[in-house]
Design a protein around this ligand. Sequence first.
Ligand code: SD4
Length: 324
Amino acid sequence: MSSPHSSRTLFAVVVFSASFALSACVGTGPVASPPAKGPLVVATWPFGKIATELSMQALRDGRSRLDAVETGIREIERLSSDGSVGLGGGPNAAGYPQLDACIMDGPGHRAGSVAGLEGIVHPISAARAVMEHSKHVMLVGEGARWFALEHGVASVDVQDLAAKKAAWVARQRDPNPDRSGHDTVTVLVLDAEGHVAGGCSTSGAGGKLPGRVGDSPILGAGLYVDDEVGAAGATGIGENVMRYCATFWIVELMRQGRHPQAACEEVLHRIARIDPRGYALDICFIALDKQGRHGAAASSHRFPYAVTSTAASEVLHVEPVTRR
Ligand code: SD4
């Protein structure tokens, strides 16, 4: 026969379980993904599915998680698929692309990053070269291009860019620069051994000033990887990400036990609480943890992201977070 104490306990367990199930279902995003074993690859946007599938194939072929990250992102850079990543991406205000990218590996906490890169076909490979062949983490502009060329990363001629910039200045700069065409491919990889890595590549915000650097090549802003916890990546208006060290924050919430989905949502709410723009931030996050769980969140619009496991490859969607 159960004692009053044990029936109270049972009641508490039932109420707790019911409210947990409810909270898992009522959110704006999909029901939080259950734990799964790696390998797992997650990427931003529908075009990210091309990257996640190539990354998974690289892992299946026995290649490293860094090869997986680089292979997936290189293909998006090659395709310049939505006019936003790679040399075919959105130009800056003066009419030419300046590209940002970074790569980070969980084991060893190693990273490489390039920003304001001109005329380099695969910025992600340049970032990897910085990580693997220099003592540094980040190179920018002319030095980054020089380093990429030294390491054999494919390039195009940039001699006309100075003239483009001069013409833009002579036009007294465009009063209404084209702000369209900003997107980023961010790829997060959990390999079969349970290690994480990630990378991102972008042409940055449409209509940006020459020399503007966004969140994507900044560790802890556009990308962060921690081999004890997992990884997180961002896309959207970089200024609204980098002022909050958003991906570092997401990873730290996961370290405290949050599911990747909950961590992404929480950081959005916390940024919206602080920021004068509230939820009008135009930012999105993806995250995965070492247990093979993933999630995403978006501030202001529906956000599709790609997930490829050994069992399935799909584009999932999250609705913008419900304001609180
Ligand atoms: C940037 N975060 O440079 C990038 C652009 C982007 O969707 O991801 N847009 O601000």
